[in-house]
Design a protein around this ligand. Structure first.
Ligand code: ADP
Length: 259
């Protein structure tokens, strides 16, 4: 449990730091964006055609930076969990709808939700967010296309923690056929700000949010990934308060997640 404690303290410190910086940064960006916009209006004249283009570029960059600070703020202010019995199929169905719009034609989405899933105890908005984050990561890992499967089933056998019973956890899996990750990278992916994406595209907060959500819900996350073979991320969410209790011991094992 020590490793996961350190991870959550780190998350908290990072959250505070991020919130402070993002807030100040956002104020500065508001000034920058406002000024550029004023300039653009003033020089709305053909003679300044070249200038307009520079201003458009500057505005585009400033707006992307503002979008990033908004995401950072949302991360820092992570709302307290509102855990309710949730219909997983409904949440995943809504998430799949949103995901469809974000996928290129070369990526096929296949939902595979078991019937008669027990409700899980979790925050529905955060679950939806987690699944969206995972799906966007999957898309980004498949630049040449591939398949994305979002599935849900009752966790079975070796997948359930010692002491838990069948039906105590629901397994939600987001699997892609993308580039996969080498083992040394798997050790870092849950760390806040770890990203391999270009500046402005990745925050490195997606998987740490997913991790935080799972842990706070009394569940866990596991990643299976290999270069060239794709990645699957398994989220285990409890169906009852007793399942949450059963989970405690396995936090370290599942938190490392490189299984
Ligand atoms: P971000 O997506 O902003 O980079 P994340 O925390 O979600 O932040 O992911 C961290 C890194 O983990 C990504 O930059 C990427 O290198 C790697 N990663 C995450 N999901 C996948 C995936 N499905 N396939 C391959 N690599 C992934």
């Amino acid at each position: 449990a020590e490793a996961s404690l350190r991870q959550s303290q780190k998350m908290e410190a990072v959250g505070q730091l991020t919130g402070g910086i993002a807030h100040d940064f956002n104020n500065m960006l508001t000034g920058i964006i406002g000024s550029i916009d004023m300039m653009r209006r003033r020089i709305a004249d053909e003679r300044y055609d070249g200038l307009q283009r520079y201003l458009d570029t500057a505005l585009g960059s400033a707006e992307r930076a503002a979008a990033l600070t908004h995401r950072l703020l949302a991360f820092a202010r992570r709302q307290p969990l509102d855990a309710q019995p949730l219909d997983v199929a409904a949440v995943l169905g809504a998430a799949a709808q949103l995901v469809t719009h974000a996928l290129p034609e070369t990526v096929t989405l296949r939902p595979d939700i078991a019937r008669d899933l027990p409700p899980v105890l979790a925050d529905g908005n955060q679950l939806e967010n987690a699944v969206l984050n995972l799906a966007v990561n999957a898309r980004d890992a498949m630049p040449d296309g591939g398949s994305l499967v979002i599935s849900a089933m009752t966790a079975q056998g070796g997948d359930i923690p010692a002491g838990a019973a069948h039906g105590d956890f629901v397994l939600i899996k987001v699997a892609d056929t993308g580039e996969g990750m080498p083992p040394d990278m798997l050790d870092k992916v849950f760390e806040p700000f770890f990203t391999t994406k270009p500046l402005g595209q990745g925050t490195g907060l997606g998987l740490s949010m997913v991790y935080g959500f799972a842990e706070q819900s009394g569940g866990s996350v596991r990643i299976h990934s290999a270069p060239g073979a794709g990645t699957s991320i398994c989220l285990y969410l409890p169906t009852s308060p007793t399942a949450v209790d059963a989970k405690v011991d396995t936090a370290v094992q599942t938190a490392r997640g490189a299984g």
